[in-house]
Design a protein around this ligand. Structure first.
Ligand SMILES: [Zn+2]
Length: 127
């Protein structure tokens, strides 16, 4: 296990943080779209909106397309997180199993790539 220069650690922390944010955004995007679809259905029923079949189909297709895009983003970023290699030990950084939330520390060498690592690298560069 070799030593790690600060720039490599900083770059890895930025990439890892970006992947985590994408994963969370897409995950919450899926949830928000499901809630919006439910609220739209409840509102249409409550106000007795009689949308024609093409409008309903178009709206549902928009929700479905948005949900599918979010799902694809969530899966893609999850796979990228699972396969993310630790810059220090070169092993998989996190997620021994298929499902679970990615942590900030390497499971093997305990390297921290969380927000504190980015802040620390910025502070050392500024000095
Ligand atoms: Zn490691």
């Amino acid at each position: 296990m070799g030593e790690l220069d600060e720039q490599t650690c900083f770059d890895a922390a930025l990439k890892y943080g970006r992947l985590r944010r994408w994963c969370w955004r897409c995950f919450f995007g899926m949830l928000i779209l499901i809630v919006l679809l439910y609220l739209a259905a409840v509102a249409a029923h409550a106000f007795q909106l009689d949308l024609n079949r093409k409008v309903r189909g178009g709206l549902f297709s928009l929700f479905a397309l948005g949900w599918l895009l979010c799902w694809m983003g969530c899966m893609g970023s999850s796979i990228a997180l699972k396969n993310f290699r630790c810059p220090r030990c070169r092993k998989r950084f996190t997620l021994k199993r298929c499902w679970g939330w990615a942590g900030n520390r390497c499971l093997h060498c305990q390297l921290d790539l969380g927000p504190s690592a980015i802040t620390k690298a910025h502070a050392e560069v500024d000095l």
